[in-house]
Design a protein around this ligand. Sequence first.
Ligand SMILES: [Zn+2]
Length: 262
Amino acid sequence: MLTKDLAICIRATDFSETSQIVTFFTRENGKISAIAKGAKRPKSKFDGPIEVFAHGKIVFSDSNKEKLATLTEFQQQPGFANLNQNLFVLHCCLFAVELLNSMTGDCDPHPGLFDSFLQFLENLDAIRDTQYAIRDATSLLIQFQLSLLKEVGLMPVLDACVNCKTRYGSRATPALSEVEGSDKFYFSSSANGLICRDCEASFPDKIRLSKKAAGCLGNRELLADADEKTLNEIERVLIHHFTEILHHQPKMAKHVLVTGEW
Ligand SMILES: [Zn+2]
């Protein structure tokens, strides 16, 4: 049986002199691995060797968890030509794809996550190599990471203390950072969310957060406009969180932090 789908290549390895094994994140069928026979031949029907982030319509046969599918068609859309122009932007993409691959299972569809990931790549591709490139890329990476956590059912609680439910503000109320007397904020990976100063003693794994970072985490608009230092702090917390979830530090993690030793 042939299946049609939209797909983004998230991994490609050589299988023989002319063939590749390609892992696609597809919109309707989730993650699938397929053999692309003849992909490396000069006149390949897949428009040449398939590279990571190549995307478009695919047709494949016989996919299941035990067996490789066979790729029969791949109509590649124009690639993301700018991702290679800025090393930091490229590292953000590679980190995102590593997380996507680690956090999703085979043949487990997440159409919303597919759309978010494609949009994330398009947005990063639109970044130009200016003084704002790192800030903009980090902001987009954080938003994608939050979408990823949400899609796989692990969204942290970011607008209230996860333990005592004290709200950290919303659009209608002052942001967490504006609440008088609140100057200590924490994130706990084991609790999966923000922790207030009254509860922090019960969570030994907590990480201290600045007021600004805590405020931005609970508010997408603040997050989109946050400064580079705050975004870097949030990214550090998210890397810690993904490391706890995956029980290992993602390989690309150290390449998306701007400052400091790891
Ligand atoms: Zn609390």
